[in-house]
Write a protein that binds this ligand. Sequence first.
Ligand code: SF4
Length: 62
Amino acid sequence: MKIKIDIPSCIGCGACTTVADERIELENVNGEMKAVVKKNDFTDDEVTEMIEVCPTDAISKG
Ligand code: SF4
């Protein structure tokens, strides 16, 4: 399953990276830390968990 991250909504908290391992990394985007998807391949359970842990609702199924 693929996800989308709404970059303007992302505050770079890193919560999703604890679920995604190396498939999402925090990177400096125009001076702010943002979650960047490196490999868009997740299980349904991982997607559900990432949507739950994201404090700004930046993650959606995609
Ligand atoms: Fe950004 Fe949400 Fe991931 Fe935090 S959990 S880094 S706000 S996408």
